[in-house]
Design a protein around this ligand. Structure first.
Ligand SMILES: Nc1nc2c(c(=O)[nH]1)N[C@H]1C(S)=C(S)[C@@H](COP(=O)(O)O)O[C@H]1N2
Ligand SMILES: [Mo]
Length: 317
């Protein structure tokens, strides 16, 4: 989000829809076989990125737009813990040790403590969700995630009636994360949602993409995906989830409060102080492709607009 030089545009095309549809059918077909293998149980202990996962496509919550290529999704990334250039995460995140991994649960919940990743995931069948991702920098992609509904995971910790927000924290480890040796952000990266946002069916905890275990540069082994909000809300490599009464601090809001709010709902009507949010550049669409209009809530208004009935979205950007 620190706008330095223009992002390099690679002419790789988006995955042709027919190829993607075929892959989906293959995934669906593989399900019956793979179901017996209990895919979620295979996650955790030492599951290298790229390992195939069995996941059922959630068509109702997926866009039919063509997904970006594996190449686009895994080489054009924002993950400042590994550097600020789009190509840095793919180059530097390989060294991150993602197993064993655990998540600390704290705050306003009856069930608290440290949970091994495999135990966190075990009860939940994996779903494929094809979501648009709209970065606040005004580029976008379509990504076929694999994950579990955030709400289902959170409910197991029995949040109390005082839990109004959920805060998430990324790993802090400057040895493994070279970007944390520079002060480009306050580390660790933190994010948060209102509890009703966190419980919305579209909010996903992702463990994979394209039917495979998440590459490290995409936030392995566990990252949030909130498709109606700017990409920076979708925090990577989560080690802590905390239920709280107060609105938690968030990294980009702390860094530049005039530019990045807590809500960060995709909103073409509210420009970033330094650029327009009315249109976006679809990664992989080609050098001469026109920019496309940015949609309110990134096209998920039907699903989520009711969450913000009582909120002035111009002030609460
Ligand atoms: N911990 C952490 N999470 C992060 C970021 C980051 O720098 N650090 N970048 C965010 C931003 S700005 C975007 S657009 C998305 C990018 O996700 P992707 O690289 O998987 O497409 O991750 C978000 N999550
Ligand atoms: Mo972003």
């Amino acid at each position: 989000m620190l706008i330095r030089r223009p992002p390099h545009i690679r002419p790789s095309d988006i995955t042709p829809p027919d190829v993607f549809a075929t892959r989906r059918r293959l995934l669906a077909g593989a399900l019956s076989v793979a179901a017996a293998a209990a895919a979620p149980a295979a996650l955790g202990a030492a599951t290298p990125s790229g390992t195939p996962l069995a996941a059922r496509l959630n068509a109702a919550l997926s866009t039919s737009e063509a997904a970006n290529s594996w190449e686009d999704v895994t080489t054009y990334n924002n993950y400042y813990e590994f550097g600020t250039d789009k190509s840095d995460p793919a180059e530097n995140a390989g060294r991150l040790k993602t197993a064993p991994w655990s998540v600390a649960i704290g705050g306003e919940a009856e069930v608290r403590g440290r949970v091994a990743l495999e135990d966190l995931l075990k009860p939940h069948p994996l779903e494929e969700r094809v979501y648009r991702l709209r970065c606040v920098e005004a580029w976008s992609m379509v990504i076929p995630w694999v994950g579990v509904p955030l709400a289902a995971v959170l409910k197991r910790f029995k949040p109390t009636s005082r839990a109004r927000f959920v805060a998430f924290t990324t790993l802090a480890d400057p040895v493994q994360m070279p970007g944390q040796r520079s002060a480009v952000l306050d580390w660790p990266y933190v994010e948060g949602l209102r509890i009703d946002e966190a419980m919305h069916p579209l909010a996903l905890l992702a463990v994979g993409l394209y039917g495979r275990v998440l590459p490290n540069q995409n936030g392995a082994p566990l990252r949030l995906v909130v498709p109606w909000k700017y990409g920076f809300k979708s925090i990577k490599s989560i080690v802590r989830i905390e239920f709280s009464q107060q609105m938690p601090p968030t990294s980009w809001n702390r860094a530049a409060p005039r530019e990045y709010g807590f809500y960060a709902n995709v909103n073409p009507a509210v420009d970033h102080p330094r650029w327009s949010q009315k249109t976006e550049r679809r990664i992989g669409a080609g050098l001469f492709a026109p920019r496309q209009p940015t949609l309110p809530f990134n096209g998920y208004a039907t699903e989520v607009a009711a969450l913000y009935r009582d909120l002035d979205l111009g002030r609460n950007f």
